[in-house]
Write a protein that binds this ligand. Structure first.
Ligand code: ZN
Length: 156
């Protein structure tokens, strides 16, 4: 990925104050580690691309692939506990929809890949985790499987 795309995303979101460089994202005792320090994390709760009452994921990451991996968007939801696989899937879908349609994500020459991730702690309902892993979101017309991992997951 050209660094100007990271710069452009940061510039577009400067008025929100929602974007920052990140190598690791932590929320409510849950964390995900990214193998690149030049990733940009968008904190969706603080982003004007999403309405206050609108469904949204926790964080959207513009991730420049490392070690041969392709550039990707990551859409991440963190749940310590929960049972609502359908609701979480809709939160991830709202993130994918914002990336494809909202002007705040129009950085030109976007990554073609997206990885929706749910990170959960021990208290998460296993039936819901299985249901999530079987669910798909849609991104540019393609069905994309949801990756379900424990908090602390390190992306390679
Ligand atoms: Zn923003």
């Amino acid at each position: 990925m050209a660094s100007h795309q990271l710069d452009e995303l940061e510039r577009l979101h400067r008025p929100c104050g929602c974007a920052r460089l990140c190598g690791r994202y932590t929320r409510g005792g849950c964390a995900v580690t990214l193998p690149a320090h030049a990733a940009i994390c968008i904190d969706c709760d603080n982003c004007t691309a999403f309405g206050a009452d609108q469904r949204k994921p926790d964080v959207i990451v513009l991730w420049p692939g490392s070690h041969g991996a392709r550039d990707r968007w990551l859409v991440v939801e963190m749940k310590a506990r929960g049972t609502d696989a359908g609701g979480i899937t809709r939160q991830l879908q709202a993130g994918a929809d914002a990336i494809t349609a909202h002007p705040l994500f129009d950085i030109g020459g976007q990554p073609a890949e997206i990885l929706p991730i749910v990170l959960h702690a021990k208290g998460f309902n296993t039936t819901a985790a299985d249901a999530l892993a079987a669910n798909r979101i849609r991104f540019r017309g393609e069905p994309i499987p949801i990756v379900v991992k424990r908090c602390g997951f390190r992306l390679r």
